[in-house]
Design a protein around this ligand. Structure first.
Ligand code: NAD
Length: 384
């Protein structure tokens, strides 16, 4: 198949492009380097050095013999989006290309507006390009488990049967997201579901859990194929951040009581879920939703797992929670769709955690310790 990966320079987009290319698909990547610019703005960088996109694709050609054409441009530029879709003629478009950090979206008005504009309008441009150029194209869109929040009932896979005053309907599962970033994903889900109804688009919305890990079978073939590994309080995802803190001899920063439970998955499962979604497209007019996660853990459990696994001693600091979220709650998620398509999950084992410590050790001189502590508070409309 021909697959266009939007956000192909990012943490997940790059390894997904390599995985699909390795599995025999023709892959093109699109990115505007926004993620590299947030690093400049925040005075941060990936713990592991990452090459620029031109080098990455050249190295992949060297090690695999396969080409990955790169299109550099912004999804907010509709002419660019239409041109790439016309030129590349994809069967599927995987859309990772959004601002994805909740704290970044909560810095102040400017960052909230940027995040909502970038994510919602970028997705609309992609939807219109598909609808006008070729509605057969399967849109595979990255959403997040954070769209649901933590309701006091079981979380279904996107849709729920509701009986109300004696009548029944199948509705989109109600959402209770916890940041302006997570809200963008909810808006996208609604827009895409509408596109499936009115234009007969075919779409898969992947409500992904928090991803951990940094290596895949393809990225390890050459250090220049590495994907990013973020440790900072804005972009570092929870388990990756704890592993890095432990190996740096820093306390693990748990927000509040740490009872917040989240769906999680290994980066090797992310890339495989994307392959499964692409190779098994949704039907025309179908808005298909998968909860892309393999296991649930509380933040406290993750911190304890890291302290038990790290060979040295590690402290846990329970900080005042900068976010607005329930710290103790019910959490029971249905996530059978991808398993039914054949996903064989990598469950979180000590081996994965241990394998990340040497990577941190090797790169620890690159860390800016000032960026480990959370500075963005949800209760402040403006964080200076
Ligand atoms: P990332 O920031 O590393 O990658 C996103 C890429 O999209 C970046 O390279 C960025 O430059 C690009 N991009 C952003 N806006 C763009 C635009 N307007 N035009 C073109 N390119 C643009 O993020 P990631 O961690 O790889 O996440 C990828 C997707 O998966 C996101 O949509 C995110 O919300 C979702 N997701 C990630 C996680 C996680 O744990 N990392 C969890 C759930 C969902």
């Amino acid at each position: 198949m021909r697959v266009l990966v939007l956000g192909g320079d990012g943490y997940l987009g790059w390894p997904t492009a390599l995985h699909l290319s390795d599995c025999g698909h023709d892959v093109g990547v699109v990115d505007n380097y926004a993620r590299r610019k947030y690093d400049e703005e925040l005075g941060s960088q990936s713990l592991v050095p990452i090459e620029d996109l031109d080098t990455r694709v050249a190295v992949w050609k060297e090690v695999s013999g396969k080409e990955i054409p790169a299109f550099v441009g912004d999804l907010l530029d509709a002419d660019f989006v239409y041109r790439v879709v016309r030129e590349y003629e994809p069967d599927a478009i995987i859309h990772f290309a959004e601002q994805r950090a909740a704290p970044y979206s909560m810095i102040d008005r400017e960052h909230a507006v940027y995040t909502q504009h970038n994510n919602v309008i970028g997705t609309l441009n992609v939807m219109y390009a598909i609808a006008e150029i070729n509605p057969e194209i399967h849109l595979v869109k990255l959403g997040t488990m954070g769209e649901y929040g933590t309701p006091n009932i079981d979380i279904e896979e996107g849709w729920i049967e509701i009986e109300h005053n004696g009548r029944k309907d199948r509705m989109l599962y109600p959402k209770k997201p916890g940041s302006f970033y997570h809200l963008t994903k909810v808006h996208d889900s609604h827009n895409i579901e509408f596109g499936c109804r009115i234009w007969g688009l075919r779409a898969t919305d992947l409500n992904q859990g928090v991803v951990y890990g940094q290596q895949t079978d393809q990225t390890v073939r050459d250090p220049r194929l590495a994907t990013r590994f973020d440790y900072d309080a804005v972009f570092g995802t929870v388990l990756n951040r704890f592993i890095i803190q432990a190996a740096l001899g820093q306390p693990l920063t748990v927000y509040g009581k740490g009872g917040q439970t989240r769906g999680m998955l290994d980066i090797r499962d992310t890339v495989e879920c994307l392959r499964l979604a692409v190779e098994n497209p949704a039907d025309r007019g179908e808005f298909r939703v998968f909860n892309q996660m393999t296991e649930s853990f509380s933040v406290k459990q993750l911190a304890e797992l890291v302290t038990e696994t790290y060979p040295g001693s590690v402290e846990i600091n329970y900080l005042e929670n900068p976010r607005w979220e329930l710290e103790e709650h019910y959490y029971n998620v249905k996530h059978t769709g991808l398993l039914e398509l054949g996903l064989k999950p990598h469950l979180l084992s000590d081996t994965l955690i241990e394998s990340l410590f040497p990577i941190v050790e090797e790169n620890k001189h690159r860390v800016n310790l000032d960026n480990l502590l959370p500075k963005v508070k949800w209760s402040n409309a403006k964080n200076s």
